[in-house]
Write a protein that binds this ligand. Sequence first.
Ligand code: DMJ
Length: 913
Amino acid sequence: MSEAGGRGCESPVPQRARWSLVAATAAFCLVSATSVWTAGAEPMSREEKQKLGNQVLEMFDHAYGNYMEHAYPADELMPLTCRGRVRGQEPSRGDVDDALGKFSLTLIDSLDTLVVLNKTKEFEDAVRKVLRDVNLDNDVVVSVFETNIRVLGGLLGGHSLAIMLKEKGEYMQWYNDELLQMAKQLGYKLLPAFNTTSGLPYPRINLKFGIRKPEARTGTETDTCTACAGTLILEFAALSRFTGATIFEEYARKALDFLWEKRQRSSNLVGVTINIHTGDWVRKDSGVGAGIDSYYEYLLKAYVLLGDDSFLERFNTHYDAIMRYISQPPLLLDVHIHKPMLNARTWMDALLAFFPGLQVLKGDIRPAIETHEMLYQVIKKHNFLPEAFTTDFRVHWAQHPLRPEFAESTYFLYKATGDPYYLEVGKTLIENLNKYARVPCGFAAMKDVRTGSHEDRMDSFFLAEMFKYLYLLFADKEDIIFDIEDYIFTTEAHLLPLWLSTTNQSISKKNTTSEYTELDDSNFDWTCPNTQILFPNDPLYAQSIREPLKNVVDKSCPRGIIRVEESFRSGAKPPLRARDFMATNPEHLEILKKMGAASSIDAEDGLRFMQEMIELSSQQQKEQQLPPRAVQIVSHPFFGRVVLTAGPAQFGLDLSKHKETRGFVASSKPYNGCSELTNPEAVMGKIALIQRGQCMFAEKARNIQNAGAIGGIVIDDNEGSSSDTAPLFQMAGDGKDTDDIKIPMLFLFSKEGSIILDAIREYEEVEVLLSDKAKDRDPEMENEEQPSSENDSQNQSGEQISSSSQEVDLVDQESSEENSVNSHPESLSLADMDNAASISPSEQTSNPTENHETTNLNGECTDLDNQPQEQSETEEDSNPNVSWGKKVQPIDSILADWNEDIEAFEMMEKDEL
Ligand code: DMJ
């Protein structure tokens, strides 16, 4: 499109698709708003934008350069240990590893980013490497969804830009559709997954052996997620239209048709998971985040790319349902598909951050601004969007794997509004990435946004998406060597040319299972840009929507509490809370019976009650649970950039109450610390490193304290253990009085411990900070160290931590699946001579009472979770010796009752179907 948005109205696509471009990319038509912006946030100068754009380029170089230097041809970079992640050579992380197919994932996912960032020469090199090195025939089971969006999408995005460059006449003159041939080969490899009666694909496939054969080791699954089955059409249709092989588009259409047929007919919502054989909804909750997200995205974008009305009609039907039930401004909350007025949970996941961007594409700007602003407030509080956060904005799951969705929405909102506010948002994202995620060998995912600790992972989508959106946010038209608006972004931000809509379109005419009526266009104004709908002639429009939400995070009250207060005010009885329930109280039993029966309020209370019961039940098992701690390496060349997740101790100095402890580290002798140290002079005034095992943790602590150590780090002796895969581990005392232990003690799994041991080998003097939350880096050091150019970044890579020498045990560990929003990892039971308490990752973050980041900063509302009186009650209730065994019905039997009710409820829902 031209600067004033003209090209969107003139592009050589059919009338319908052309219109769709106008409407769906109305945002782009408004790009000129940037130059006429007169009020609200201060405009950003061209110099400042260029500076930020250059910063994005430098960051990309740091991420990509380290991947190429230290990880390639592996699928991903492990930025803490500075080596490649090769599937089977690292402990299994569960589902998240299904993206890794030994096909140099990060390189393929980065291809079109290189062109967007104007790195044409590097793109040419990268394409040659892909053609030379990548094998798509590995005996490895991969996710069909991830392989489609990242690898097929990556190859097609690369091909799209390769032919664009070739046509320009300077670069890629040798290119002869080789990437497309690879894409076609991969497409055929994925097709056996569609061999189901429903046409919904199996979730996984073996690249070499396909599905169901004994060698394939896959094909017995019965369920898949809606997004997994509904996010294929862009890549598959592009593949068909590029090659003329219609089968791909046909298969993707068939899967979409089936999902559409299976939508819940009264709410028009879809569930999170579906049985690929029967089409029954397995999980009947519905939102716009994990499990469903890109299904909606692809319906709208399929309309844009393919110009087929049926996709827009479906999208609009779903969108209407989303706005009716799921959108609870500024929140987006999952509901039940059959009972859409019932919220299915009290938290939101980070994946839904893409939704404001999609709303921009749809042209519904107001709710996009609202949700985006809410998300930004959460980010300002935690530096990143936690994987999940509650409706009162507390951390629910504390990880952040450098997801790009919020940057994506920021980009689209800026394009739509031209409001420089969104440039400032982008600037904050850049600052936070550099400040908290940047490590000497790339960017590391956040293990816990509260402690600032890292995970040894840099997902390929970080390069495919994050840098693209951030760069484009600050780029002017002349900064990009092609017209970005001639392309559509896939869910992985790969670029597919819009001219595909007029190429090989034979399939779109057949194979549709539903009848569609002609679209009712009366709601749409066909002008371009449609400023009437988007901006009611008010340059302060976006700001006026954001303003009331400015303090939404700080001012929010935990939900439920409001209900209690309201009931007091109105004189009605407050709802029964799980922690107050007593089975011997007839009134309570009466209330319990009524729950779920009559009104939706009763049902809501019932649901919450049930949830609280489950939480209380798990609380019982984790008394004395402490949150994770951080070990931050602060000396050269780390300067605080590497933060390791550490387990706390139930004795010694409590780092959450005291100032952090800083000191150089020294290994104790004997290394197990089980007897008086023979090298007290070495550990005096330092933080002693001790190996786990052979005696109690408290004994080790006393021995190093007696030698004059100011703190201790116990390193796990189970080789290969890592906080990436194991639940948080806390060190218990020895059953006796441990008040004599005054120093802080932390626990590191073997992998994190070896990062410190490697650092000592390489740099001798290694200083660390033990704390409850990583501290900001020393700005002076930071300035010395921060590379300012491509060269600097190359130099810096020489200073990375050397690869860990240990060979990781190949035994496939039980999957922790902590990165999957649908998973509930088991606690490990670690039994040895050390007295241990283990906590599952989900428990680390999901317990409302453990969370210290409650709202109530201005005293406007009360956080009962943090009130001393309430806390002691909870403690008493959760102590099995005090109450559960005596005066109340055992929780197991209550839960069993509830399970019966749930089953009955589910049967009822089935009948309705
Ligand atoms: C990406 O791989 C894609 O955007 C996908 O649709 C879901 N999200 C991840 C990144 O968070």
